[in-house]
Design a protein around this ligand. Structure first.
Ligand code: ATP
Ligand code: MG
Length: 389
């Protein structure tokens, strides 16, 4: 038998697995269900309702919305309403309007051919199909911020928030459009018409507290691991890492740590996962900076990174503010006779490359847990750059 003494069911740690219970999101699920539940009484008079959900990475936005979909679909079906809730992940479904509408149409009307139709015709077909078949729909667009960031094709927000105006002589059986994003930064790329039809109000998903994080991890561990394999020391340690500003609440990261640490315990033949396993995995997978990154760094970037590291060490915290970074990096660059540094631009660039994380101007942190190693490597690199001149 290949039964593992560590795992009961390892796939339950996969980020794609949606657990039966999404704890600590009851309020949000409830609000979503209540918003749409009245569809059951009089679907035709229920107005097209646009919602937005905003919150940082890995804090249960997608899982919550999928859970809500199941609940609402069930409730409405009990009332003999034929509802189809369509979930679209815009990161996975291609970056243009055409691909997205095609997918939408195929979910609602699988037997209709989309070949040869324009984007607009596809929406029209979808709306007509819903009416003819006495069906209603809610469309969920996940990772809208990603789509808006990478593509200029932002007409999609305009189209979908005004589906009710598409053909004013007909009713609109799409009753809701829900947008999910990590922050409201993408508003900057929208025009007035889009902003106003989308509305600026949103449902905020706050980070879990350390207590809530631990509870979630205990529950997820129970599903995935054999009994007594994950001790409270491990849960406590991971929960602390998760709520730190660098990780900023990302439960997905916790599940990764558990899963890889489980594999390590298994291959080392220990009976339980040890804190040491978790720590090792953490330093392996959370070293945001690769060798390639280091080779590509400009001298200016290295000065700023060294400035951040020095600042972090002096302050003995896992984040520092812009002023401190500026001071420390200039001090370092001057040792190499470089007097000018565009610190802010460099920080922005490092943040886009996911080397650092800018939570606010007062809270900037490094996405790497082993700063000692990083500092040594960077100093070696900068010294050799200047030696070869
Ligand atoms: N309350 C919870 N209970 C159990 N598991 C949770 C909970 N919240 C999040 N998770 C788990 O954490 C992982 C990330 O959650 P999810 O994908 O919903 O995050 P998200 O907010 O959509 O993140 P992103 O912005 O990166 O898409 C998933 O595997 C999910 O199952
Ligand atoms: Mg998500």
């Amino acid at each position: 038998m290949y039964e593992s003494i560590i795992f009961k069911d390892r796939k339950k740690l996969s980020p794609r697995y949606i657990p039966k219970e999404i704890s600590h999101r009851e309020k949000q699920i409830d609000l979503l269900v209540r918003t749409f539940l009245d569809i059951k009484d009089d679907p035709d008079n229920f107005p097209l309702t646009i919602l937005q959900i905003i919150g940082p990475a890995g804090i249960g936005k997608t899982s919550t919305v999928i859970k809500f979909s199941d609940i609402l679909e069930n409730e409405l079906r009990k009332n003999k309403i034929n509802i189809k809730i369509v979930y679209i992940n815009l990161k996975l479904q291609g970056g243009n309007k055409y691909a997205i509408y095609k997918y939408l149409l195929s979910c609602i009307a699988p037997e209709l051919p989309a070949q040869g139709l324009s984007a607009e015709e596809m929406l029209r077909q979808m709306l007509d199909y819903l009416i003819i078949n006495n069906m209603y729909s809610i469309v969920i667009l996940d990772e809208i911020d990603y789509l808006i960031k990478i593509s200029k094709e932002i007409g999609i927000i305009y189209d979908l928030t005004r589906l009710n105006e598409f053909d004013p002589s007909k009713k609109c059986n799409v009753k809701g459009v829900i947008f999910i994003a990590r922050s409201t930064e993408f508003y900057e790329k929208l025009d007035e018409a889009e902003l106003s039809s989308m509305g600026r109000a949103y449902i905020e998903f706050p980070n879990y507290t350390i207590q809530q994080t631990s509870e979630i991890l205990i529950r997820r561990s129970k599903d995935a691991f054999q009994e007594k394999v994950i001790g409270t020391d491990i849960i406590d340690w991971i929960a602390k890492i998760i709520v730190s500003p660098v990780v900023n609440g990302d439960i997905r990261y916790a599940l990764d740590l558990l899963s890889y640490a489980g594999n390590m315990a298994e291959s080392e033949g220990t009976e339980r996962v040890l804190l040491d396993h978790v720590k090792k995995i953490n330093s392996q997978i959370y070293n945001g900076i690769t060798d390639d990154d280091i080779n590509e760094f400009s001298n200016a970037q290295i000065f700023v990174l060294l400035g951040i590291i020095k600042g972090l060490k002096i302050k003995n915290r896992d984040y520092i503010d812009l002023k401190e970074i500026r001071m420390q990096s200039l001090e370092i660059s001057q040792k190499y006779n470089v007097k000018k540094l565009d610190v802010e631009d460099i920080l922005d660039d490092l943040a886009t490359r996911k080397i650092i994380k800018i939570i606010s101007l007062k809270k900037i942190s490094l996405i790497s847990s082993s700063i000692e190693n990083l500092e040594k490597t960077l100093i070696k690199k900068i010294d050799s750059n200047f030696d070869s001149k």
